[in-house]
Ligand binder design. Sequence first.
Ligand code: 13P
Length: 228
Amino acid sequence: MKKIFVNLKMYLNTKEEITNYINNLKEEKEKFVVFPEAIHLEKFISNGYITGIQNISKNICGPATGEISAKAAKSAGTKYALIAHSEIRKNFNEKDEDIYQKIKLALENNLTPVLCIGENYEEYMQNKTKEIIKNQIEKALKNIKEKIIISYEPVWAIGTGKTPTNEEIEKAASYIKNLTTENVKVLYGGSVSDKNIHTLNKIKNIDGFLIGAAGANPNSLKKIIEVA
Ligand code: 13P
């Protein structure tokens, strides 16, 4: 069975949308990890959902207006921290050193980091996938050997309906596993849907999926969970 992680991004915003989602998926709540907008974490946690936070601060505490510390996320009852999602790398101009600090802080606060890596379209066309993966892993992890999850999410596959072939994902996953320790689990993310899950589920060497848009739709998510 593959693990399912759902990054809700900013798809469901209101209390009503969250309540509908929670009620709709209560039979499945133990079968996936959900990363809602931070303001809704409490609601998911109090309803027995397993949660993660979409981003944490690189700072421990103190003057960092608008940010959320790893310590606060842990204290709220969340278990995972998404780190270096390509939307955060881009929108917040996140640096390699920030990513390393965030992973360290997540681990120090007993949150399991879910590190996102992957090449953009230009790099993919230039056959640079391995080079990018290696560079991102080396800079993010340095000598960190603890249990973490890495999500291979090619930037060009996110929200586009396009995915790499199963063979390409398999190659990337074994490359990631070769570069890291056996403590590392590997997910695939990028346009996973109820339409392509049968195909993607045939990939043997990944441990699960990180799902965006399709995960915000309870019916699609139920189908994905059923297959995976
Ligand atoms: P989509 O599934 O919407 O392509 O998003 C993937 C993603 O970014 C998960 O973090």
